[in-house]
Design a protein around this ligand. Structure first.
Ligand code: NAP
Length: 475
């Protein structure tokens, strides 16, 4: 049962605001109403930008920003179970995974606080040139200005934390638009920030039609940066429409992993079973394409398939559930279509491919040719393919054969092979002997190619949300 059935207002200029219209949120599992949120449009978004701009006229010193961020981390710890239940109820994320997300958000706020305290420019070695001799120069890191933040449904707390934490650390006020399907976690975070004495206007939360809110964030010149996590179609269009803003994109992937025959196959199969199907594959770095050296192919499958079949599919609010629903029926039907396309093209469904009640069973597909959706596009569902290869060169080429480039992984005991692959895999991150689904929140995280144009992780995001200002002093 949803535990958070509630009514929430928008946060604008430190006030909780109603608009007369509502966005209703339903459980992706049961369809029951989780709650409703006041619906914002253009007018509320403009007021939110006004408030953010006004807030930044009185800068908050770094120590105050750090204290607030640390307080939020503490509150996330104290209210951990409530936070996890909120994520599980609105996103349909199994509680086990929701608790991990809640803990990770504490980490994101903690690291953001550290960055607030460390924020500094650097000395410029002026006497290194004749022109600079006799002068002293250094840089300051100034907040870029008001930040528009747009976040997706799949990590409704921690990806919001990755937007708000670094922006506040950098000294920027934020207008946040969370995903319409999952606004409650974001609004809970807003409550915690308010309780932590974040002054009015520094965080404004608007929930409502994406195009209306997005248009204001794109068109209003006072919004100097847009930080977006979500699908490529939406993200790249925002970047095109706002050429004068810093538009930072964290987008999708079709995550590959290479398994050499010398790897510890028992360990590999455990990690892959968990990381291809956690949150029903709705992570941007969910394991999707498994390439196995031919000698190890049968052995890996013999270990992997029973582990996949042992995953518990069901109610996300049940403590034992590993795999819950997809975010909505449309998403589920699209993934089913892609599975059927693969089946029709001669691929073999080794397990899954059918519904358990309304839920899609974890699905493993063999012999999927490269042109199929499941091989080249982001599935964002509980599906992975397994393909045999002969040489590691072939595996790297297959892994790179996609428009995406977020994270990839390789399992091998051979350090030379691992490091060579790390250099040649065209991705923002490469994991060795760990699933490429791994992320710790202080890591630089982000993609190349169609997967985006930035790195998150508080230290890196703060860099993106500040401008360097040079100061030259005649001595
Ligand atoms: P999405 O449909 O692109 O939505 C993401 C956000 O963009 C939502 O808040 C959505 O609002 C908003 N949006 C939609 N159209 C917009 C517009 N025209 N202008 C402004 N905002 C707009 O993505 P999703 O389905 O929520 O998330 C899944 C995608 O995110 C996957 O591709 C996944 O790989 C990617 N992702 C990437 C990362 C990463 O760090 N690289 C992390 C997580 C997820 P509404 O909800 O109101 O439509």
């Amino acid at each position: 049962m949803a535990t958070t059935a509630s009514e929430k207002k928008l946060l604008i200029a430190g006030e909780w605001v109603e608009t007369g219209d509502w966005v209703e949120v339903r459980s992706p599992y049961s369809g029951e109403v989780v709650g409703r949120v006041a619906k914002a449009g253009r007018a509320e978004t403009r007021r939110a930008v006004d408030a953010a701009e006004a807030a930044m006229r009185e800068p908050l010193p770094a120590h105050k920003r750090a204290e607030i961020l640390v307080r939020v981390a503490g509150q996330l710890g104290r209210r951990h179970e409530e936070v996890a239940q909120t994520i599980a109820a609105e996103a349909g994320k199994p509680l086990k995974a929701a608790r991990v997300e809640a803990s990770r958000a504490m980490s994101t706020f903690t690291f953001s606080a550290v960055e607030a305290r460390k924020l500094a420019g650097e000395m410029v070695p002026m006497d290194a040139s004749q022109a600079g001799a006799g002068k002293l120069a250094f840089t300051l890191r100034e907040p870029i200005g008001v930040v528009g933040a747009i976040s997706p449904f799949n990590f409704p707390l921690n990806l919001v934390a990755h937007k708000i934490g670094p922006a506040l650390a950098a000294g920027c006020a934020v207008v946040l638009k969370p995903a319409s399907q999952t606004p409650f976690s974001a609004l809970l975070l807003a409550e915690l920030l308010t309780e932590a004495e974040l002054p009015p206007g520094w965080l404004n939360v608007v929930v409502g039609p994406a195009s209306e809110i997005g248009d204001v964030l794109v068109e209003d010149e006072r919004v100097r940066a847009i930080t977006f996590t979500g699908s490529g179609d939406v993200g790249w269009k925002l970047a095109e429409r706002a050429p004068r803003k810093r538009v930072k994109l964290e987008l999708g992937n079709a995550t590959p992993v290479i398994v050499e025959a010398d790897a510890d196959l028992e360990d590999v199969s455990t990690r892959l079973a968990a990381n291809a199907f956690s949150f029903a594959g709705q992570s941007c770095i969910s394991v999707q394409r498994i390439y196995v050296q031919r000698d190890a192919y049968d052995d890996l499958l013999a270990r992997l398939l029973p582990k996949v079949e042992a995953l518990v599919v069901g109610d996300p609010l049940d403590e034992t559930t590993d795999v819950g629903p997809l975010i909505d029926e449309g998403a589920r039907d699209r993934v089913l279509e892609w599975i059927e396309e693969a089946r029709a093209a001669g691929a073999e469904i080794l397990t899954g491919g059918t519904l358990a009640g309304e839920l899609l069973r974890p699905t493993v597909i063999a012999n999927a040719s490269p042109e199929l959706h499941v091989s080249r596009e982001e599935v964002f569902g509980p599906v992975c393919t397994v393909t045999a290869y002969d040489t590691v060169d072939e595996a790297i080429e297959l892994a790179n054969g996609t428009r995406y480039g977020l994270q990839a992984g390789i399992f091998t005991r051979d350090l030379k092979v691992a490091l060579d692959a790390a250099r040649r895999l065209e991705f923002g991150g490469v994991t060795v002997n760990e699933a490429p689904t791994f992320r710790a929140d202080q890591m630089p995280y982000g993609g190349v190619k169609d997967s985006g144009n930035t790195r998150e992780g508080p230290a890196y995001a703060v860099r993106e949300l500040t401008e360097e200002r040079l100061v030259v002093v005649e001595l």
